[in-house]
Write a protein that binds this ligand. Structure first.
Ligand code: IDP
Ligand code: MG
Length: 153
């Protein structure tokens, strides 16, 4: 089953929204395969946001992502990458649809609550960047037969 990579950004920690965001993923039926708190630094952020380093807002984004520790997660589920991107919503919280995490919890383009991988290929790269193999747990919760039909597992 597929995996995706999530960051609960410093805005989420600062605004005490950690529980609300994690609850949404759990209620959806996604499995938490890994979770930890860490302090991001410039080196890892320059890798993670390599596609944005030349943008004018990058220095502000760096500062924002290092403002507090973050919580990083690996979530597991069928088609989990597009499922989670749909749950997260558009990059700018003001444009994100109501019902999405960004649409319900934020008002900013930068302070937009979560990062979520945008493809299975990038999910694999990001998981390897932020987690050691032994920090990811491949277990099957007893709820699985209630979340998926047999032919979906
Ligand atoms: P995504 O998080 O929806 O995948 P990306 O384009 O990959 O969006 O951008 C990564 C992060 O950079 C965004 O989540 C947001 O925090 C920040 N960001 C993107 N575009 C802007 C902008 O125009 N101004 C300020 N911050 C931005
Ligand atoms: Mg992105």
């Amino acid at each position: 089953m597929e995996q995706t990579f999530i960051i609960l950004k410093p805005s989420t920690i600062t605004r005490s929204l950690v529980g609300d965001v994690i609850t949404r993923f759990q209620r959806k039926g996604l499995i938490i395969s890994g979770i930890k708190m860490m302090q991001l630094n410039e080196e890892i952020l320059r890798e993670h946001y390599a596609h944005l380093v030349d943008r004018p807002f990058f220095p502000t984004l760096l500062k924002s992502m290092m403002a507090t520790p973050v919580i990083v997660m690996v979530l597991k589920g069928k088609d989990v990458v597009p499922v989670v991107r749909a749950m997260v919503g558009a990059t700018n919280c003001r444009a994100a649809a109501p019902g999405t995490i960004r649409g319900d919890f934020g008002m900013s383009g930068q302070e937009n609550i979560v990062h979520a991988s945008d493809s299975p290929e990038n999910a694999a790269i990001e998981i390897a960047r932020f987690f050691k193999p032994e920090e990811i747990f491949d277990y099957e919760p007893l709820t699985m037969p209630a979340i998926y039909a047999p032919d979906e597992l």
